[in-house]
Design a protein around this ligand. Structure first.
Ligand code: G16
Ligand code: MG
Length: 222
């Protein structure tokens, strides 16, 4: 039944969350807003523009900036983030992801990337994973970001599959909601506590390949 897998990027393929945090923290400091690592959790899977809105709300400064000023702030954040990405190498691919992608390729699964990040093509390049992805969804091509299902639905469309033929892999609460509302089978990576709405939760990517194999096999005998 399952013929495709649609991956989230940050927190699943590689851990860029820390780099996002360093860059957001620097920006927030500049405008006198204090953010901590716990607050950063709520930004996972959330687009760049929406993340800034949430930071401004946190500092009660949501009405202090024009769109033009916000665009400048977003550029400062992204420029810093890009310098941090320079350090990224294939060693930064998360545990078991390479094996999983190789398995999917050998078994003719379609594979898509559904990341909120506009930097996703650059990151996949630096990780040297291009050959494994049939498509990378352009997050600006869909109406609404995660938790809306749009990006996963678009991923399925671009690889030519029905949503119920796809598995989605996510580490964020918003992302799992996005997969579920796209009517796909969701695999959550992380804590049961945050991801209890996923069809199956595994604590880390280490068991991803075997989890995918067992989900695919049990769908065949149903
Ligand atoms: C990632 C991160 C988010 C980030 C978003 C946009 O989402 O988890 O924290 O805000 O991308 O990134 P950029 O500023 O590079 O466009 P995902 O969907 O890969 O988890
Ligand atoms: Mg993520």
């Amino acid at each position: 039944k399952f013929k495709g897998v649609i991956f989230d990027l940050d927190g699943v393929v590689t851990d860029t969350a820390e780099y996002h945090f360093i860059a957001w923290k620097d920006l927030a400091d500049r405008i006198g807003i204090d953010i901590d690592i716990e607050f950063n959790e709520t930004l996972k899977g959330i687009s760049r523009g929406e993340s800034l809105e949430r930071i401004l709300v946190k500092g009660n400064k949501q009405n202090d900036y024009t769109q033009e000023e916000k665009d400048k702030l977003l550029k400062i954040k992204n420029d810093y983030y890009l310098t941090l990405l320079e350090k990224l190498t294939p060693k930064d691919v998360m545990d078991n992801i390479h094996d999983t992608l190789e398995y999917l390729k050998e078994n003719n699964f379609k594979v898509a990337l559904a990341s909120a990040s506009k930097n996703a093509p650059l990151i996949i390049n630096k990780l040297e994973l291009n050959e494994f992805f049939d498509i990378i969804v352009d997050p600006t091509s869909v109406k609404a970001g995660k938790p809306s299902p749009d990006i996963f639905i678009e991923g399925a469309r671009l690889i030519g599959l029905e949503v119920n033929e796809c598995l989605g892999v996510e580490d964020s609460e918003a992302g799992v909601t996005s997969i579920n509302d796209a009517n796909m089978y969701s695999i959550g990576i992380g804590s049961e506590l945050n991801l209890k709405h996923a069809n199956i939760v595994i604590p880390s990517t280490s068991a991803l390949k075997n989890t995918i194999i067992s989900v695919v096999e049990s769908s065949l005998i149903e």
